[in-house]
Design a protein around this ligand. Structure first.
Ligand code: Z5A
Length: 209
């Protein structure tokens, strides 16, 4: 099973993935968590260039680097883990590029989707949990955390465009996406996530508990 978690920065993905990991351990589901960009040696170096170095990258270069990291993690980690029968939980995957680079950076959705197909091949998530928060809520959470990655320092307008990018993806992929209301408390968000995955993991519960 391949699960991806998406949303704008500050939507609460990291918090929720930690809680989800606790739940999956209780269910005895074998899982691996990966994050993008990163998750491999080469990918972590690419992450550093993308988020922390002062190279003033053009949007096109940024997109190519995200894709390179993705092609690497798919082949080095995600496919082998799925082939072993493990569940893979990805903190961001291909939809992030469509929303951030395609729509946020205005490079165009079609080119990004074509590059995604090249980078991931058949390795597409079975389910994508999209944690939805308005851009202003996300920004105020990031300010509280004083996060200042290059992309996180973008404007409200940028994050509103990214959110619209996700909304379009959701409309086009209704079977794959589940939308979770990220404005709720952390506990409520987690309860909704578990509910949406319960059908997939029900058979793992001891004695149908
Ligand atoms: N990016 C891209 O442009 N294109 C791509 O293809 C890919 C990525 C793959 C990765 O950064 C960056 O790369 C990202 C998109 C871009 N933008 N930036 N910069 P990252 O991995 O460093 O960060 P992130 O993925 O954006 O996540 P994040 O900033 O760490 O936030 P989060 O994981 O969504 O949220 P969190 O850390 O769990 O929570 C943020 C704060 O909110 C924290 O103080 C929590 O305690 C609080 N929080 C969480 N949930 C709640 C609720 N429910 N209520 C109130 N407060 C909450």
């Amino acid at each position: 099973m391949f699960i991806s978690i998406e949303g704008i920065d500050g939507c609460g993905k990291t918090t929720q993935i930690k809680l989800l990991a606790e739940y999956m351990s209780q269910l005895d589901v074998e899982f691996t968590i990966v994050r993008e960009p990163g998750g491999t040696k080469a990918g972590e170096e690419i992450r550093d260039i993308l988020l922390h170095k002062e190279y003033h990258l053009y949007s096109e270069s940024e997109l190519l680097l995200f894709m390179a990291a993705r092609a690497q993690i798919v082949r080095e980690v995600i496919r082998p883990e799925l082939e072993k029968g493990k569940t893979v939980i990805a903190d961001r995957f291909m939809d992030s590029s469509v929303a951030y680079q395609g729509v946020g950076r205005r490079l165009g959705r079609e080119i990004v989707q074509a590059m995604n197909s090249f980078a991931v091949g058949e390795t597409v998530p079975d389910i994508t949990l999209y944690i939805d928060v308005p851009a202003d809520v996300a920004i105020s959470r990031m300010r509280k955390e004083r996060k200042n990655d290059k992309i996180e320092m973008e404007s409200l307008d940028f994050f509103e465009r990214v959110r619209k990018g996700y909304e379009k993806l959701i409309c086009e992929n209704r079977k794959r996406f589940v939308v979770i209301d990220g404005k709720q408390s952390e506990e409520r968000v987690q309860a909704d996530i578990r509910k949406s995955l319960s059908v997939l993991f029900d058979e793992k519960k001891p004695n149908g508990r």
